[in-house]
Design a protein around this ligand. Sequence first.
Ligand code: IMP
Ligand code: MG
Length: 186
Amino acid sequence: MRPYVIDQLISAKAIAARIEDLAREIEAEFAGTDKLIVVGLLRGSFIFIADLVRELDLPVEVDFLEASSYGDTMESSREVRILKDLRSQIEGRDVLVVEDIVDTGHTMTRVTAFLAARNPARMRTICLLDKPSRREVAYRADWTGFEIPDKFVVGYGIDFAQRNRNLGYIGAVRFIDEPAVTTGPI
Ligand code: IMP
Ligand code: MG
């Protein structure tokens, strides 16, 4: 593999602060519900969903869905397949879909259509990161943690070829034979 370094883009502290704000907005949206199911997309959202549900002062159930991903490359496959379905029934339930990154938009477009076909009472979506400049299909989550530039990022659950999910912060991959990044931290 080409050698690379990771430049910190979003600190653990900034992520935690943003999740607190997002949790208050989600609580307001779902106030009074006793049927919320929080659906994380495997594997990239596993740390985000863990931190988010612990901030939520709501009764929640948690389930997971897995859609096909990049494999070990940096390129979107565009053809999104559902690899692992939910265990729970979502018909008539309130659903919050939790994703790590919206990039081209294909994954969330496909996943939300797949879940909407089961007639949940209400479905909302939250993505930790959004790269609007990369969009190929129009898609916007109801809540976004941070908009980021067109960089390949890792950490806080997000991988590059399955590595670096365990970093506490979000960092950008920079190959060491490339020029240094010009933008500073967010
Ligand atoms: P989309 O279908 O192109 O929107 O891709 C979304 C998926 O691609 C996300 O769930 C991530 O798994 C993956 N992805 C997009 N950008 C990155 C990145 O910068 N680092 C790691 N994975 C990414
Ligand atoms: Mg993913």
